[in-house]
Design a protein around this ligand. Sequence first.
Ligand SMILES: Nc1ncnc2c1ncn2[C@@H]1O[C@H](COP(=O)(O)OP(=O)(O)OP(=O)(O)O)[C@@H](O)[C@H]1O
Length: 313
Amino acid sequence: MIHTRGLSRDFKVKKQVVTAVRGIDLDVEAGQLVAFLGPNGAGKSTTLRMLTTLLPPTSGTAEIAGHDVATDPAAVRARIGYVGQQNGAGENYLVRDELITQGRCYGLHAREAAARADELLDLLDLRPLAKRLPGTLSGGQRRRLDIALGLIHRPDLLFLDEPSTGLDPTSRAEIWRHILLLRETYGTTLFLTTHYLEEADNMAERVVIIDGGRIIADGTAAQLKNDLAGDHITITTGTEREAETAARISGGSADGTTVRLRVANAAGTLPDYLRTLDGAGVKVTSAETARPTLDDVFLTLTGRSLTDDDIPA
Ligand SMILES: Nc1ncnc2c1ncn2[C@@H]1O[C@H](COP(=O)(O)OP(=O)(O)OP(=O)(O)O)[C@@H](O)[C@H]1O
């Protein structure tokens, strides 16, 4: 559904060239739900804009639903939906009429556009809001309307740029329920960016991490965490000296009376580790294990946190 080779984009800023995306090779099969993650300035929006024909690549190719973004952008646009960070609805029409109008813009006949609008009003729980003006909707309702608008022409592939950003936790959960429902109902391929790592972790079956315009990790969240981060064990000892001994034995790091280490399988490793420490005369007062997060994956790969503020350009 998405096939890119060497996809790159430069921007000229005054006399300098900023390379936002550097040679991305990406293959996404039909029906996948892919979360595209990266810190501020990593190149997510630029990639998304190229994949949706909003910005021409400087070099490389991107084929979307069988059509090249550079040579056949109209065919690409007919097959994709795009839900950007800005509102997709105007202020002149009521919700249902807006859906019908945008459906007509895609070439649907009046009856077909009305039927599709009604189908989407039901799917996205917008039916009670059908006669409201978009400007009167809450943030979460408005985002659901944007998703409905992105789906009006039955695209095979939907791009969502930060679909849950700015919403309260309940609305975020609602948006995700609807995203998963539309995937189940239509089998739509979904490619989305998000800042919420736990959402990508829980919802996406594939996580692609971009940094500095390059893809640095690609796999299921579980694979990435197992391969690149490992579990955490944290123990507390009676004294700082014991913590130093424990850190030496395990290869972990001591901070006061706390020792932290990373292992492949914390639950399997901990009993042996505690026995060894006991044999070395180290008194352990508490021990806990934790699974890694996607942020730990990013930290391992780059030495930075994904939740840090802007990375330097
Ligand atoms: N129109 C432009 N002109 C100049 N530089 C740009 C332009 N658009 C993006 N860039 C630069 O390209 C790099 C990638 O930006 P991009 O917006 O793709 O990142 P992003 O991962 O989407 O970030 P964010 O999460 O903050 O939206 C940044 O260094 C940015 O400053």
